[in-house]
Design a protein around this ligand. Structure first.
Ligand SMILES: N[C@@H](CCC(=O)N[C@@H](CS)C(=O)NCC(=O)O)C(=O)O
Length: 252
């Protein structure tokens, strides 16, 4: 039996879980970011990040690598398009979702925990809207005359979906009048079995946390999330966060 270390709050873990479900592969789940799962997660991934897939003696980390491993080991119900050009396009969408889209949404939501009233750096929301606009426009174009981004449902759709479920709550949503195909795609994803199950799980998780959802003392920062913040000129805010002891780093 495969074991997935996941967390209903992590867009990367949500992507991998949808791939497992799409492929109808049985697996068990450990919430690696919950206090009771943390030591087990650290034992399989020294970086202490989800998702991690454990298949017998084999440990696979990093969501695009886990997806590639699953596609290789379980080719039925493929998640990569069959023709080379669409496959390259799907992987490019996945990369964009994992890097810039994740970074903007992580940063504008303060790691998903939100800012205390008045604490959001001025201009952050506007920068997020500005940098998401060309991505929304590209998605709208890519969805001309097709239901999914690269033909049939693929990793492109499953990688972007978890991020785009958050934009409405963060005030950085696309506008359905300007992006009708993107809106129709979003509703389509919400209606397919794996998309509906993903949203139900995340909503149940948030309901369960309810008022106890608090920003931890320190948020883990890394890679593109820092790059976007610095590229958009929010270094003073970030350095103040470091100095105030509110930043944690991945272990390796
Ligand atoms: N590149 C990694 C990124 C994984 C990642 O950033 N995971 C975050 C959750 S979204 C995490 O586990 N952070 C550790 C923490 O928040 O304690 C992947 O694609 O799997």
């Amino acid at each position: 039996m495969l074991t997935l270390f996941d967390n209903a709050f992590s867009p990367f873990a949500r992507k991998v879980r949808m791939v497992l479900e799409h492929k109808r592969i049985p697996f068990e789940v450990v919430d690696g970011l919950a206090p009771e799962g943390h030591a087990r997660l650290a034992a399989v991934n020294p970086r202490v990040e989800v998702p991690v897939l454990v298949d017998g003696d084999l440990v696979v980390v990093n969501s695009p690598h886990i997806v590639a491993y699953l596609e290789h080991r379980h080719p039925a119900r493929p998640i990569y398009p069959p023709d080379p050009a669409s496959r390259a396009a799907a992987l490019a969408w996945e990369r964009l979702a994992d890097t810039l889209v994740d970074a903007i949404i992580h940063d504008v939501s303060n790691g998903g925990f939100g800012f205390a009233p008045g604490a959001r750096p001025p201009g952050l929301l506007e920068a997020a809207r500005e940098d998401l606009a060309p991505i929304y426009a590209d998605l709208e174009r890519a969805l001309a005359a097709r239901d999914f981004l690269c033909g049939d449902l693929s990793i492109a759709d499953l990688a972007l979906f978890p991020h785009l479920t958050a934009v409405r709550f963060l005030d950085v949503a696309f506008d359905g009048a300007t992006h009708p195909r993107l809106l129709a795609w979003y509703k389509r994803l919400r209606a397919v079995e794996v998309g509906r199950a993903d949203l139900d799980r995340t909503q149940a998780f948030l309901r369960h946390l309810g008022p106890t959802l608090q920003r931890p003392a320190r948020i883990v920062w890394r890679g593109e999330r820092i790059e976007w913040l610095l590229a958009r000129g929010f270094h003073a805010w970030f350095f103040a966060e470091i100095e105030a002891g509110r930043v944690a780093w991945p272990r390796r």
